[in-house]
Design a protein around this ligand. Structure first.
Ligand SMILES: [Fe+2]
Length: 240
């Protein structure tokens, strides 16, 4: 095994020095990745798309462990989303592509990444476009608003009633603006509805990703706008 001392390091050859110089961006990226999940990028700094994907992949892979904590994962994923450089060329091309969907009177979905443990989509809503109440079976989600404002209302499923209806408890209601996130676990806030108050673009991070089974289990609901038996925050829902 070679044993390098300080003198030999200082006397690194010109090709060696050039090689080190070329490697510095990669080393910096690795350092960024190492820090990203603790939410400690350089002050005011951002992480690029590739580093973001690597960090999300690392965290999402933990879902296969017995002790995976969805809440901890979501905190980490949300912190990563907050530091993502939205000007990254890989994302800029996707945002540019959304212009093709303007005026088509439907929500536009663009795939950004899909891996075994997670998927990331870019969604574009024009003002007034909405997604009705729906769930995300067995999944976690992070919704990052990148443009405009999005009304989001989340619910927990409390009970499947003998009548076949469902009892929901509203667990969150907020307006997302650029740079803010909404999260859901497999059991908390898992049902939501969203409506664009302006032209709005959001990045959705799901772990695990949709597969044929999860897609088949996905449910859309009709939710009674009146509180269930007059109880504030409780609503009865039926299958849409
Ligand atoms: Fe959703």
């Amino acid at each position: 095994m070679n044993d390098y001392n300080r003198r030999e390091f200082i006397r690194t050859s010109l090709p060696g020095f050039l090689g080190l110089t070329m490697a510095l961006p990669a080393i910096t990226a690795l350092a960024t990745r190492a820090n990203a999940c603790q939410g400690r990028p350089a002050p005011g700094g951002t992480i690029n798309w590739d580093a973001f994907l690597e960090a999300v992949a690392k965290e999402a892979a933990k879902q296969h462990l017995d002790h995976w904590n969805e809440t901890d994962y979501l905190q980490c994923a949300a912190a990563l989303a907050h530091t993502l450089n939205l000007q990254d060329p890989a994302l800029a091309a996707a945002f540019e592509h959304t212009k093709t969907g303007l005026g088509n009177e439907r929500i536009d979905f663009y795939d950004l990444e899909k891996r075994r443990d997670f998927q990331i989509n870019l969604l574009q809503f024009e003002q007034g476009e909405r997604l009705r109440h729906h769930d995300h079976p067995g999944m976690t989600g992070v919704l990052l608003c990148t443009t405009g404002r999005l009304q989001t209302d989340n619910y927990d499923l409390l009970e499947r009633r003998e009548s076949g209806s469902f009892l929901l408890r509203q667990s969150a209601s907020e307006i997302l603006e650029k740079g803010t996130v909404s999260t859901l676990t497999s059991h908390e806030r898992n049902i939501h509805r969203v409506e664009a108050l302006d032209l709005c673009q959001v990045i959705d991070i799901f772990a695990p990703p949709y597969d044929p089974q999860r897609s088949a289990k996905s449910t859309f609901f009709n939710v009674d706008p009146e509180p269930f038996k007059g109880k504030q925050g409780l609503f009865e829902a039926t299958l849409a």
